[in-house]
Design a protein around this ligand. Structure first.
Ligand SMILES: [Zn+2]
Length: 217
């Protein structure tokens, strides 16, 4: 079951206005911030804020219930690279200001289309495997990432990419933890993740984090 089960549905009016705006040859991805579509952005933000239960799609931290600055409409496949997906409902969600600042326009598609040979994908991918990072419309977050007391552990390659692309352990790197408290159950959960992991590199990462947790206790 993906984290978002129902994508946003555009009204006829919104659909027509977006089509008019972005089908022009001079349209740029930066036009997404134009004032004439403020109402459309607000509607999308409000929908996904509720659908995602006010959690950032990437770090799972709480996003603002009232402010737009810490509840930003995210284009999962970056709009700067793929402007033709700018109004694709399955390419939209909401994220926190920090994830937005860090992820920016990094390439998250596994098969990068070769634009020089004019083979740009026109149809939005329909499977989880097309994306490097956790995609809220296709993936179940907890299958890929484990969060314990602010530590992010990858449970899959996707989880690993999501940690790197959004620098999810940023708080730990910047501030450390003041009062870390890990229960026996949490430590056992990490041990279990380590035991069931088959990828050698991810095993090393989990072990490293586990060591850090033990040092902090
Ligand atoms: Zn976030």
């Amino acid at each position: 079951m993906p984290d978002i089960s129902k994508p946003y549905v555009f009204s006829e009016d919104f659909e027509r206005r977006l089509k008019d705006k972005f089908s022009k040859s001079e349209a740029k991805h930066t036009n997404w911030q134009d004032e004439d579509i403020t109402d459309i952005r607000s509607s999308i933000r409000e929908y996904y804020r509720t659908e995602q239960k006010a959690q950032c799609a990437y770090c799972r931290q709480t996003i603002s219930l009232t402010s737009a600055s810490n509840c930003q409409v995210e284009h999962i496949v970056p709009k700067s690279k793929y402007i033709h997906f700018i109004a694709e409902p399955k390419n939209l969600c909401v994220i926190c200001a920090d994830c937005n600042e860090i992820k920016r326009s990094q390439e998250i598609l596994n098969d990068v289309p070769d634009v020089t040979n004019n083979t740009r994908i026109r149809r939005y991918p329909r499977t989880s495997g097309a994306f490097k990072i956790v995609h809220p419309h296709f993936d179940n977050y907890s299958e890929h990432l484990l969060i314990i007391n602010g530590f992010y552990f990858d449970k899959s390659t996707k989880g690993g990419y999501t940690i790197v692309f959004c620098n999810l352990n940023r708080k730990l790197h910047k501030l450390g933890y003041e009062n870390p408290e890990f229960s026996d159950i949490e430590l056992m959960e990490v041990m279990q993740t380590y035991i069931s992991e088959t990828d050698a590199l991810r095993k090393i990462h989990i072990l490293r984090r586990f060591r850090e947790m033990l040092i902090l206790i």
